[in-house]
Design a protein around this ligand. Structure first.
Ligand code: 5GP
Length: 324
């Protein structure tokens, strides 16, 4: 039944402040937490109020948290705020897919500690970026600095090969018919059209990088996470946001977003960038492992490399289904 979790560790997918919760039997006994906090569930004896500790506190204090079932029910009844995740077309390209009208209330996800063993294939690294983050550039730079360790998945395209290009290096060059067949057979994680040619990245392309024991970096529209979040890929998701200054007037003292193009952005541009980051955070923030604020490409690259190096050494929380 949905009302219990079988494991002992869960990650919260919403913020909870017992001080604002009218339903709690005792506000003082409540355990406040934020989205992304890992909680150890101590007791699920009560179907409505579980007892849990925050792992980051060193497990000092147990308190009451709404049970999964109760949180889902109250969100469904509109009594609580929660993030509504609209299910987008799973195999959709980067374009907007219609909301199927099937809301999912984000409550908790069961997690487990995971450390990659040397015998395992490296985790997939997914970069998602809000407007102005220029994640492709960042990805290329990280790879160029260490091509033995990192690689991109080679995309497919229907456009003609240029004389300097090699099959399987820049792209897999395929016919429109072959591309369409692959698309129909769900071979692509994402695909889209550009200047009347088709482009897409296949699942196989990622596998072939990982089979060579390299870390595969992909930059994707966040919708692709729904396809990529599997035990096979164990994606580590980095959300890259440009640092956005408050407003144009104060910008002389601040650094411009995206890297060094002073004076290029209007207030409207900056507002759009802010909204883009907020939207991704709202819809996909719960799937993000690491937020990287990008001042400029060079420093973001240094920071990203440090994150990637830790990925191979340290223990992370992942959905329990990935390690079962
Ligand atoms: P080009 O033909 O100049 O190599 O690439 C043109 C454009 O195709 C790129 O700027 C990018 O927008 C798009 N593109 C390249 N690879 C992919 C891919 O794997 N998926 C999608 N959706 N678009 C791609």
């Amino acid at each position: 039944k949905e009302s219990r979790v079988s494991g002992w560790f869960i990650v919260a997918l919403f913020d909870y402040n017992p001080g604002e919760d009218k339903a709690t039997p005792c506000q003082e006994a409540g355990l406040p937490f934020q989205r992304g906090d890992v909680l150890q569930v101590v007791s699920q004896d009560d179907p409505t109020w579980w007892q849990a500790k925050r792992v980051a506190d060193g497990n000092l204090r147990a308190g009451l948290i709404p049970s999964k079932h109760f949180q889902e029910r109250s969100c469904g009844a509109g009594l609580r705020r929660s993030f509504r995740l609209s299910r987008k077309d799973r195999q959709g390209s980067s374009g907007e897919a219609p909301d199927s009208g099937d809301p999912e209330f984000l409550t908790y996800e069961e997690v487990s500690r995971y450390q990659q063993r040397p015998s395992e294939r490296p985790r997939l690294v997914v970069l998602i970026g809000s407007l102005g983050a220029r994640i492709n550039e960042l990805k290329q730079k990280v790879i160029a600095e260490n091509p033995y360790r990192y690689a991109v998945a080679v995309p497919h395209t229907t456009r003609p090969r240029k004389s300097h290009e090699k099959e399987g290096v820049e792209y897999h060059f395929v016919t429109k018919q072959a591309f369409d067949t692959d698309a129909q057979n769900n071979k692509f994680i994402e695909h889209g059209e550009y200047k009347e040619n088709q482009y897409g990245t296949s699942i196989e392309a990622i596998r072939s990088i990982q089979a060579r024991n390299k870390i595969c970096l992909v930059d994707m529209q966040p919708e692709a996470l729904k396809t990529l979040r599997t035990a096979e890929f164990k994606p580590f998701v980095v959300f890259v946001k440009p640092r956005i200054p408050e407003s144009r007037r104060r910008r002389s003292a601040a650094t411009s977003p995206g890297g060094g193009d002073h004076g290029r952005f209007t207030d409207e541009d900056l507002q759009e960038m802010r909204q883009s980051a907020q939207l991704i955070d709202l819809q996909y923030g719960h799937l993000v492992d690491r937020v990287l604020i990008k001042e400029d490409t060079a420093s973001a690259c240094v920071e990203l490399r440090a994150v990637l190096e830790r990925l191979e050494r340290e223990t992370f929380w992942v959905p329990i289904s990935w390690v079962k």
